[in-house]
Design a protein around this ligand. Structure first.
Ligand code: ACO
Length: 375
């Protein structure tokens, strides 16, 4: 019997059909439902993109107004979830808190998460409520009270307000909107796959999103941008980039924010965020991070031939907007939940249990040794 080759990490395995997102890894293009990410980042808002991912078409003015209003109405965190967050031990990370809160939400709102037609309501609920959950947790751990609701703010402005406690400038809000658009979906990345696997068992939407948050947390996925900022803070000055990178590579360590399973050229999201890192840096009169990142790109490309991914520049933008490092990955979830939920809805609409196989490499036919005779 010829053994089927194992694709470690499921690399290049086509696991399902989807019309939500297309990545051209050779050309460095990213498409949501037919639209190039560069145009969406230039011209649309996060609310429009969420609509696009859920319904497969851009909204009319009336549809956008309706969705925007609906998201505004769904922002409040249920009291029971707030209590759950407050019961978590000191030192709980924001990603752990977010995962627990979404899981708890399933108990408080079982109907919204039910597979099938009602799940679109659950999708909207999750997109609307995630920023407030993170804010609630973050402010509480800093001994601050919850912020009053601001129904006048757009989704991006509200995210910025909830995570920093301040209304940003017009440019700050646009930077946040662009970051949310760029992170909204990315085909079958690890967290989206985790969500689809859970949904494919006909489990509820909130369970699928809880799985996704767990997968996003890892430093090889959504956790990389926080590590990039750690690295930049350790490097401090442009002249130290070269020696620090050389030391890391000599120890066979990975440089966070570089490399990608699918892109063989620069990640188009990194290209857009590079511009925003400079723009926001110029606006704040602080190009420290941008300069370090540019040098980092030069050295890592020369030494390893690697290109930056979305996580390289995002942290510098968030930092300048006043967002604490350990909220970067939760913020990724705030955006990606739109894509996760779109994928879960697609999964429910054409459901097939996702259940691959493994090649067994252990022994068979071992004689059973009774417990009292084992060495
Ligand atoms: N720094 C140094 N070397 C790297 C890096 C990196 N960032 N990325 C890949 N390599 C090297 C590997 O060491 C390996 O070298 P080898 O063949 O000599 O052992 C080679 O490139 C191939 O690496 P793989 O891990 O096989 O590539 P894979 O496709 O599995 O990795 C991944 C993709 C996980 C993103 C990887 O590039 C990485 O670890 N990057 C750093 C973490 C990161 O930035 N994650 C964010 C990704 S984007 C996102 O999820 C939102």
């Amino acid at each position: 019997m010829t053994a089927v080759p194992v694709q470690r990490g499921l690399e290049d395995v086509v696991a399902l059909e989807s019309k939500i997102c297309f990545i051209d890894g050779k050309q460095g293009r990213l498409i949501y439902e037919g639209y190039d990410i560069r145009e969406l980042a230039e011209r649309s808002t996060f609310e429009e993109v969420a609509y696009l991912l859920w319904y497969g078409r851009l909204p009319t003015e009336a549809q956008l107004e309706e969705l925007t209003e609906r998201l505004r109405q769904l922002r409040a965190v249920p009291e029971g979830v707030i209590e759950t967050l407050h019961d978590l031990p000191t030192g709980t990370t924001p990603m752990d808190a977010l995962r627990t809160a979404v899981s708890a939400l399933a108990s408080f709102e079982p109907e919204e998460g039910r597979p099938g037609a009602t799940s679109i309501g659950g999708a909207q609920r999750l997109v609307a409520v995630l920023p407030a959950i993170i804010s609630e947790f973050d402010r509480r751990r800093r001994g601050r009270s919850a912020l009053p609701e601001r129904p006048d703010l757009s989704h991006a402005a509200n995210v910025l307000y909830l995570l920093t406690g301040r209304e940003g400038s017009e440019m700050d809000v646009r930077a946040m909107d662009v970051a949310l658009i760029l992170h909204a979906d990315h085909e079958l990345n690890a967290s989206t796959f985790a969500a689809r696997v859970t949904a494919s068992t006909l489990s509820d939407l909130y369970s699928a999103i809880t799985s996704a948050i767990g997968a996003l947390k890892g430093p090889l996925h959504g956790g990389a941008n926080e590590r990039v900022m750690e690295l930049l803070r350790a490097i401090q000055t442009v002249d130290r980039v070269e020696p620090v990178v050389q030391e890391k590579l000599a120890r066979h360590e990975r440089i966070m924010g570089f490399g990608h399973r699918v892109y063989k050229v620069e990640d188009p999201r990194a290209t857009i965020l590079r511009t925003w890192s400079r723009r926001i840096g110029e606006e704040k009169g602080d190009l420290r991070w941008y300069d370090l990142l540019q040098k980092l790109c030069e050295v890592v490309h020369r030494e390893k031939g690697l290109y930056p991914n979305v996580d390289l520049f995002s942290g510098s933008v968030y930092s300048l907007l006043g967002i604490p490092d350990d909220l970067f990955t939760p913020l990724f979830a705030v955006s990606r939940v739109s894509g996760w939920t779109a994928h879960v809805l697609e999964e429910y609409a054409d459901l097939r249990l996702i259940r691959p196989t493994a090649r067994y490499t252990g022994p068979t036919d071992l004689p059973y040794v009774p417990l009292d005779r084992r060495a």
